[in-house]
Design a protein around this ligand. Structure first.
Ligand SMILES: [Zn+2]
Length: 323
C-alpha cells in the first residue's frame, strides 16, 4: 500500500529527514485540511497530528508559529505582499512553543491569471536560502501548475485520489448526514469537489432515491408507469437518475462478487434487495441499456420516450434472466 502524505511526513520529521519546503498536491476540497495536518506534524512534539495541545492550537488557527497564507481568505489569492510578510516572519524566532515556524500557502487559486508569477518569483529566494527552522507547505491541485523553479526547490508530495470513504468523512465533517454523505461520495467517484456539489443539490439526492426505489421494488410492467412519471417529473433529472441507477447496479454486482469492493457502506439492505431483483447478468445488461439510453438523451433524445423505453427494457431483462 502506498503511504499517504501525512504518513510520509510523520516519518520524515520523526527521523529528522525533513526539508524546508514541500508542495502537497491534492483535491481542492482537501487542501485546507491537509495543510493543517502538515503544520501539525511539523510543530507537534511527537510529529503526530495527535490532538495534543500544540496540534489543537494549529487546528484552531491559534498557534503563533503557524502562519497561513493567503491573508485574504475570501479572494484566496496569494499576493507579493503575502510573500513579503512570509519573508519578514521567517526571520523571527519561534514565539509559541518549539523551535519551528511553519508557513502554509494555499496556492490553489493563485497559479493562473494575473499575479500568478510575481509571488512565486518572490518566494524563490526564501526557498533557496531558508532561514532557521522554517518549513513551508504549498498546497495545490496540480504541482505542475507552479513555476518549475519553485517545484525544483521543494519536495513534491502527492495525495492519492481520495477513497469514497474519505470523501464521505469530509462531507460528514461539514455536517451532512452519514447516509447522504456516503451516497454523494460514491456518486462522485471519490471526487470531493463534485461530491460537495451533489450533496448540496437536494434534487441530486432525490434522483438517487428514486433510482434506488425502482431497483429495490418488485415492480412489474403493470406498475412501472409510476416510475416513468417519477423519472420525468423534472426534465433535467433523467441523467442524474441514470448515473444513480448505474452506480447502484454496479454496487450490487460488487456486493455479490467481491464484497470488499462495496463502497456504499450502510446500504447493505438495499443492495440485497437489488440483488434479489437483478441477477449479476441482468445487472450488467441493464447498465449497458442505461448507457445507450444516456447517449441518445445527450443527442437530443426525448426524455419521456427514453424513460419509458428504459423502464420497460430493464424490466424485460430482469424477468428474462431471473435470479
Ligand atoms: Zn501533537
Amino acid at each position: 500500500m502506498k503511504q499517504s502524505v501525512t504518513q510520509y511526513l510523520k516519518s520524515q520529521f520523526t527521523d529528522g529527514l525533513n526539508v524546508h519546503a514541500y508542495i502537497v498536491q491534492t483535491e481542492k476540497a482537501h487542501i485546507a485540511p491537509l495543510l493543517k495536518q502538515c503544520a501539525c506534524i511539523a510543530l507537534c512534539p511527537n510529529h503526530g497530528d495527535d490532538g495534543c495541545n500544540v496540534c489543537r492550537k494549529v487546528e484552531l488557527s491559534e498557534h503563533q508559529d503557524c502562519i497561513s497564507l493567503p491573508t485574504d481568505k475570501v479572494k484566496n489569492r496569494i499576493t507579493v505582499d503575502d510573500i513579503s510578510y512570509l519573508v519578514e516572519e521567517s526571520m523571527k524566532r519561534p514565539v509559541d512553543s518549539g523551535e519551528t515556524r511553519v508557513f502554509t500557502i494555499d496556492a490553489s487559486d493563485s497559479v493562473n491569471g494575473v499575479g500568478a508569477i510575481p509571488w512565486q518569483n518572490k518566494l524563490l529566494k526564501t526557498l533557496e536560502e531558508p532561514v532557521g527552522n522554517t518549513v513551508i507547505f504549498i498546497g495545490v491541485t496540480n504541482a505542475d501548475s507552479l513555476l518549475r523553479t519553485v517545484v525544483s526547490r521543494c519536495r513534491v508530495l502527492k495525495e492519492d485520489r481520495l477513497s469514497a470513504e474519505q470523501v464521505a468523512k469530509l462531507l460528514e465533517q461539514k455536517g451532512y448526514l452519514a447516509s447522504k454523505a456516503t451516497l454523494a461520495a460514491v456518486l462522485s467517484g471519490g471526487d470531493a469537489d463534485n461530491a460537495c456539489k451533489i450533496i448540496a443539490d437536494a434534487g441530486w439526492i432525490q434522483c438517487a432515491e428514486k433510482a434506488l426505489d425502482f431497483l429495490c421494488d418488485k415492480v412489474s410492467t403493470k406498475t412501472a408507469l409510476r416510475y416513468v412519471s417519477a423519472f420525468t417529473q423534472n426534465k433535467d433529472d433523467m441523467p442524474k437518475i441514470m448515473s444513480a441507477l448505474i452506480m447502484f447496479l454496479r454496487e450490487s454486482i460488487a456486493y455479490r462478487v467481491a464484497e470488499q469492493r462495496v463502497t456504499l457502506k450502510g446500504y447493505e439492505g438495499q443492495l440485497q434487495a437489488i440483488s434479489a431483483n437483478y441477477s449479476v447478468e441482468s445487472a450488467f445488461h441493464c447498465i449497458a441499456l442505461i448507457e445507450q439510453s444516456y447517449k441518445r438523451l445527450q443527442n437530443n433524445g426525448n426524455v419521456v420516450v427514453e424513460a419509458d423505453n428504459l423502464v420497460v427494457n430493464m424490466l424485460e431483462v430482469k424477468y428474462r434472466c431471473r435470479v
